[in-house]
Write a protein that binds this ligand. Structure first.
Ligand code: GLV
Length: 305
């Protein structure tokens, strides 16, 4: 096969970067990956494809022949917000069944933990409190999943397999959101971050949920109005929040979320892209691209994901 030069821009630890390089090399042995910065100017103009994971804004600048950006992240809000990336570039999201399965596990764990009061028992342990809390049936706990893509659908399937009534919601059903929230004891956010969904998890949203319901944000920090959550927890309107994503990551050491008794913080790990399985998907995408065929999971800039 011919030699191809592909730009690789991964924001991560050196260990993460080398895991990606190993997996991508194994999946596409004919490719020369350019993770170095800067790239040799003699090569820069040959580069038509970039494979990226949450790259720093501006890091695709200077590659004037770039045509395709394949993301290793599912969410492409960061790429779309990077004004240095020309609008004519094709951007593709990562959709990987291994990632959807990981997300479904996190969503199920959060649902079980909220329903069966396991977060409260963890708190009780801190205070050596031996106290049984009421045990409800799964069939009495309605779960709303915001987002009906690959991850939302996988989460819905695994949660409903445990006996919970589950509804998935998409932004095109905007007028039905409040009715859905009104009957949902657990709400799980898996939406892409777009202009339409930014700040969706706000005072009005929490007020529409039954008192004491649980909120689980596994999507983006920009979906949540932080001070509205703090107020909703203080009033008991929201019982507990599970948060994997934040406005600023890593979450600052002095952020109130860390020590809040009714917030469970995760360090953006609800579904980490698996380098080995995702590299197979990248190989399939790049092969289709090189053959002039349509690629999957192409981002629609007007839709925002
Ligand atoms: C992680 O948040 C991703 O978008 O893959």
């Amino acid at each position: 096969m011919h030699t191809e030069h592909i730009l690789l821009r991964i924001r991560g630890t050196p260990a993460e970067c080398s895991r990606w390089q190993d997996a991508l090399r194994a999946a596409m042995p004919h490719v020369v990956w350019h993770a170095e910065d800067p790239v040799d100017p003699a090569i820069t103009q040959q580069i038509q494809v970039a494979v990226v994971a949450n790259p720093a804004p501006g890091s695709l600048q200077g590659f004037s022949n770039l045509k395709l950006v394949q993301s290793l992240w599912a969410g492409v809000d960061g790429l779309l917000a990077d004004t240095s990336i020309p609008e004519h570039l094709v951007i593709a999201r990562m959709v990987d069944p291994a990632m959807s399965a990981a997300m479904a596990q996190t969503a199920l764990w959060a649902t079980l933990s909220l329903h069966r009061c396991f977060f409260q028992y963890a708190q009780q342990q801190q205070h050596t409190v031996w106290k049984a809390l009421p045990q409800k049936k799964a069939s009495d706990i309605h779960v709303a999943i915001l987002g009906a893509g690959a991850m939302g659908s996988a989460a819905a399937a695994s949660i409903s397999a445990q006996g919970y009534p589950v509804s998935t919601w998409r932004t095109t059903d905007a007028q039905h959101l409040h009715a859905l929230l009104g009957k949902s004891q657990v709400v799980i956010n898996l939406l892409p971050l777009t202009t339409q969904t930014r700040n969706l998890l706000n005072h009005e949203f929490f007020a529409a949920m039954p008192k004491g319901a649980g909120i689980v944000n596994l999507a983006r920090g920009g979906h949540l109005v932080e001070k509205d959550l703090i107020n909703a927890l203080a009033s008991g309107q929201v019982g507990h929040a599970v948060l994997d994503v934040f406005h600023a990551e890593p979450l600052a050491a002095d952020h109130v979320f860390w020590r809040h008794p009714n917030i469970t913080v995760l360090p953006h790990v609800a579904a980490i892209t698996d380098p080995v399985s995702a590299s197979q998907i990248v190989a399939r995408q790049l092969k289709a691209w090189a053959a002039g065929q349509a690629i999957d999971y192409r981002v629609d800039r007007t839709r925002g994901y």
